[in-house]
Write a protein of this length. Structure first.
Length: 547
């Protein structure tokens, strides 16, 4: 049940609009309006449907606003499924289109002869009985048109997918596969591109195979050909993407609507590989699509289980949080190894110190790539945007502290060294939500905001030309998805809030490669680890019906 305070005027307007067209009694109409308000509000909680009781279901069927599986051909705004879930018709259609298309793709699975011999070329044989999960993922991806490769950060998802691409190119000898690589955000796309490029140089392939492997990664919106401000795309079920193979990274960030539109635009004969960590935060919009698909399609899912990137302490910390072992997780913050450390009330001094190298490089006019790399070694991550220990609070306090050290000059908004994050897409400027730039003087002394580009160069923009952006010494944990840093500082609020869950904390701490600092109390930390995100979706149950 959603609290009354969480309803908006839009929810009420939605309910009044639809209930006005019904011929039920005044008492029933009031009950119906309350139910429709809950349905509208539930989508803002990340759910895709609302669970009904018998009385609610009967009321809705009498209202003539709903369809069921028996009356699905009638066009009505709501739908009730076989498990008494109430949907907005649009979200019901998203689920059904996704299920239908993935089932179609499954029917085109193929059998590859001498597959084990081919796998031996790309994966070393294990001399013991240890399972080679990367090899199993490759076997799955080569044999099936739809594959999910999941696993925590550092388990080798990108390395594995590069081997899969090379393996598939070797199998398809007639002509190179037309491959697309994409991610939900520009930042995640850039990180995937760096990983793909690095993996290609370190792995041993024939040069002819390397030459046809793609390196450029785009966002899903650009892949599909977004048509802002509309919700439509150039590529859809009537105008299919031309690619033979599509790889999508950070799939946990994709909501139901976007996943449905993406899959609808893929050729039935094409292969789709989703990469992601099912334990991370779900999408900001409705659904838990990656987690639902891994549960509904176990034969299409491989979980990589060996970590290569993390220090053992961070891996143990992540596992304790993921398993809701709050006391063990908190104990790990009290160790003296400095890999995971709880900061005291004077943590702001530490935050200033961590930016010393960054500002020294700016002072000596180092090149942009070095300055940008120094900034990205350390990141402050917050649970929320407003309040104590929030993004706005810590950006403000850190700026004041940096000014007192004469690192920055707050007499101007666009001070030298100001890091900013784009919060609004601008295709014309090729700047997208999540892109990070740094305010620096150009060769003529004019202040510009420089952003890294996928070719390794940078581009500067006049601040007046930028789309909406904000200072980003601190960012929300949601915004950090798809990123990695040598060290992070996770700052939680002083009081327990609904946003604080073990998925949020797990996502935060798995951004770090080397060290984790925490600003929180034991009570808040323990409570956060013990709470999980629960969203109501019907995807898993609908897949079972579709069998």
């Amino acid at each position: 049940m959603i609290e009354l305070s969480q309803f908006s005027r839009l929810d009420s307007a939605f309910a009044q609009f639809f209930s006005a067209s019904t011929a039920i009694s005044k008492i029933e109409k009031d009950t119906l309006e309350n139910l429709l308000i809950q349905l509208s509000a539930t989508y803002y909680q990340g759910n895709t449907c609302l669970k009904l009781n018998v009385q609610q279901q009967k009321l809705l069927l009498n209202s003539n606003l709903t369809t069921t599986s028996k009356t699905n051909s009638i066009l009505r705004p709501l739908h009730i499924d076989e498990h008494n879930h109430l949907y907005l018709r649009r979200y019901w259609d998203y689920e059904q289109r996704l299920i239908t298309k993935l089932r179609t793709m499954q029917q085109n699975d193929s059998v590859i002869s001498n597959l084990d011999d081919l796998l031996d070329t790309f994966f070393e044989k294990k001399t013991n009985f240890e399972m080679d999960w990367q090899r199993e993922a490759a076997k799955c991806a080569v044999s099936q048109n739809f594959t999910i490769i999941t696993g925590g950060p550092g388990t080798g998802k990108t390395t594995t997918v590069v081997k899969i691409l090379a393996l598939l190119q070797q199998i398809n000898t007639e002509k190179p596969l037309h491959i697309a690589l994409a991610a939900p955000t520009g930042k995640a796309a850039m990180r995937l591109q760096e990983s793909i490029t690095n993996s290609k140089t370190t792995l041993k392939y024939e040069q002819s195979i390397k030459d046809v492997l793609p390196e450029t990664v785009t966002t899903i919106h650009r892949l599909l050909g977004a048509k802002p401000p509309s919700p439509y795309f150039r590529y859809n079920e009537k105008n299919l993407l031309p690619y033979d193979l599509i790889v999508i990274d950070e799939a946990s960030m994709i909501d139901l609507a976007m996943m449905s539109k993406l899959v609808a635009a893929i050729k039935p004969s094409a292969r789709l590989i989703l990469l992601g960590d099912k334990e991370q935060l779900s999408s900001v919009e409705s659904g838990t699509v990656l987690a639902d698909l891994t549960e509904a399609l176990p034969k299409n899912t491989i979980e990589l289980q060996k970590t290569y990137r993390f220090k053992d302490e961070i891996k143990a910390f992540a596992q304790a949080i993921n398993q809701k072992n709050a006391s063990q997780a908190w104990k790990l913050t009290r160790n003296k190894d400095a890999v995971i450390e709880h900061l005291g009330d004077d943590f702001l001094v530490y935050l200033v110190e961590k930016h010393t190298e960054y500002f020294e490089l700016i002072k000596t006019r180092a090149n942009f790539s070095d300055i940008y790399a120094a900034f990205n070694k350390f990141q402050i991550l917050c649970a929320h945007r407003e309040g104590t220990n929030s993004v706005s609070d810590l950006n403000y306090r850190l700026e004041k502290a940096l000014q007192s050290k004469k690192y920055i000059n707050l007499s101007t908004t666009w001070y030298i060294g100001r890091p900013v994050m784009i919060t609004q897409n601008n295709a014309t400027l090729q700047l997208y939500n999540g892109d990070i730039g740094i305010c620096l003087p150009d060769e003529h002394g004019e202040i510009k905001v420089f952003f890294p580009r996928q070719d390794g160069n940078s581009q500067g923009y006049s601040p007046a030309r930028l789309p909406n952006c904000e200072t980003v010494f601190a960012m929300t944990i949601h915004k950090s998805q798809g990123s990695e840093f040598e060290e992070i500082c996770v700052c939680l609020p002083e009081y327990q809030q609904t946003i604080l869950t073990k998925e949020l904390l797990y996502t935060a701490i798995t951004r770090a490669k080397e060290r984790i600092k925490l600003v929180t109390t034991e009570a808040i930390f323990i409570a956060t680890v013990q709470i999980s995100i629960t969203r109501v979706t019907g995807l898993v149950e609908q897949f079972k019906i579709a069998l």
